[in-house]
Structures are given as structure tokens and as C-alpha cells.
Design a protein around this ligand. Structure first.
Ligand SMILES: [Zn+2]
Ligand SMILES: [Zn+2]
Length: 79
């Protein structure tokens, strides 16, 4: 599985998994810093830097942000 750059520690250890019985969201997990976030896939949007639909909507511990795995841009988001 491809590992992406983690928005928390900036190391290449960010992977996802899907557990449809536990949650409809995609679970992102960093193998380096143990950062964990849930992605609401239907809220994925265009990244204004890359011009591709790669800007994920993530929730982690009650905070919400958008993150693009291409250009590593992280922005605050509304819940
Ligand atoms: Zn990390
Ligand atoms: Zn981007």
C-alpha cells in the first residue's frame, strides 16, 4: 500500500484502511507518530494548488481540516 506524507509529523507513514462495519469513513493512520484521522470521502474537494480532486476532509480528535496528499497543504475546515 502506498504511504503518504503524514499531516502531523511529515514522515511518509500515512496509510488508510476501511472498516465498513465500524464506520463509513476511511480511517487514516500514521505508522510513525500514530496520528489517526477519519476521512469523509464524499466531502473530498478539488485542491486549488494541484487542480486535482485530492483535498481530503479529515476529522481527528474533534478538529477538522482539509489535507492534500499531493502538495501537503493542510487547511482548517468547518465541522
Ligand atoms: Zn505521523
Ligand atoms: Zn494539492
Amino acid at each position: 500500500m502506498t504511504e503518504h506524507v503524514c499531516p502531523s509529523c511529515n514522515e511518509k507513514g500515512f496509510t488508510w484502511s476501511l472498516d465498513e462495519e465500524a464506520s463509513a469513513n476511511i480511517i487514516w493512520y500514521c505508522t510513525v507518530c500514530k496520528f489517526r484521522a477519519e476521512e469523509k470521502e464524499d466531502l473530498e474537494s478539488m485542491c486549488l494548488q494541484c487542480n486535482i480532486k485530492n483535498n481530503m476532509y479529515l476529522e481527528s480528535g474533534g478538529s477538522y481540516f482539509r489535507y492534500c496528499t499531493e502538495c501537503k497543504t493542510k487547511t482548517e475546515a468547518d465541522p
